[in-house]
Design a protein around this ligand. Structure first.
Ligand SMILES: [Zn+2]
Length: 318
């Protein structure tokens, strides 16, 4: 992506570079509006402890981290193995529970895909170390991954022999997938509109697009305010409401099939949020699990979104 100088007319998702490591959006990644209202200062609790500004578009209300690290500088915010989502160790009770939850998660994701497209080719954007793609492959799907982390890509190739590329732009233009998935990835991507255009062109006719992102309309987002762990600045560049994703899908030629709740995320996000408020509290884990469950109960009773939402869409008829 080439930065656009501030003198250029605003185009979708353009920005100018403040200094070597930071860039400022000059128009809204969703609607192109050029006026922003500050929302809050949010801390990178998990890695650098640096503060970042989060702003709302004055036109459409879309929320972004702004300024944000340039793509070249973003690496230091993903440092270490912590963000290579999946350890393969299996020793402690925590590891065993993690692996159990992962297995359950894989089956659930597979169930969604199988109900939409019983066979064909699947592209997983942000595939991590490739466990989901390996699971699909074992059930007869053709699979390909996109993953920016070199270390994770090496594991995908070494452990599963699955084709994986560093960026969505590098997937061959002639490829056509029956399903494209982005599990907690869209919020990390710097240019939403070019991403949606690319997703549209890579999907076969009537192909399915599956997106999971944190939902700032959830009760836990409101309860924790700037301590909500799913702001996850500056790794998360966009902070979605359901209406934002619905509009983005419609504007880019997709038909929304379903918006679903994700029950597993709230206890995890609430526990992390509690630890950000005070890591020394011995009851952070218990309180996080209880409040996460409460967020889920409120969602079930009131129709409010869960901590994250899942969107299932289809490439609309031309
Ligand atoms: Zn906007």
């Amino acid at each position: 992506m080439n930065p656009t100088p501030p003198s250029s007319p605003p185009a979708g998702g353009s920005f100018h570079v403040e200094h070597a490591s930071q860039e400022t959006l000059i128009d809204c990644p969703r609607c192109g509006g050029t006026s922003f209202v500050p929302w809050a200062t949010v801390r990178d609790h998990s890695i650098t402890k640096e503060d970042f500004q989060v702003v709302d578009c004055a036109t459409c209300g879309f929320r972004s981290t702004n300024p944000r690290p340039t793509q070249n500088a973003a690496g230091r915010y993903y440092q270490g193995d912590a963000y290579i989502s999946h350890s393969n160790s299996n020793s402690s009770l925590q590891d065993k529970l993690y692996h159990l939850a992962r297995r359950w998660g894989l089956r659930r994701k597979y169930g969604i895909i199988h109900s939409l497209q019983p066979n064909g080719k699947v592209l997983d954007v942000g595939c991590g170390t490739g466990e989901f793609l390996a699971y699909l492959m074992s059930r007869g799907y053709l699979v390909q991954g996109v993953e920016p982390s070199l270390k994770a890509r090496e594991q995908v190739i070494a452990n599963h022999s699955i084709a994986v590329l560093p960026a969505l732009d590098m997937v061959a233009a002639h490829e056509q997938f029956q399903v494209v998935t982005l599990w907690h990835v869209l919020e990390h991507l710097p240019d939403l509109r070019s991403t949606f255009k690319r997703l549209f062109s890579l999907l076969a006719d009537r192909g399915s697009l599956i997106i999971a992102v944190p939902d700032r309309g959830s009760w836990d987002a409101e309860h924790y305010g700037t301590d909500w762990a799913a702001w996850d600045v500056p790794r998360h560049l966009s902070h979605f409401r359901q209406e934002d994703v619905h509009l983005l899908l419609r504007e880019h030629g997709f038909e929304l099939i379903a918006t679903r709740r994700m029950w597993m995320d709230a206890p995890y996000i609430c526990t992390l949020s509690e630890s950000y408020r005070d890591a020394t509290k011995p009851w952070a884990l218990l309180k996080g699990v209880l409040l996460g469950s409460w967020s889920n109960v409120l969602s079930a009773l009131s129709g409010r979104p869960t901590s994250s939402s899942l969107y299932i869409a289809r490439k609309a008829e031309p």
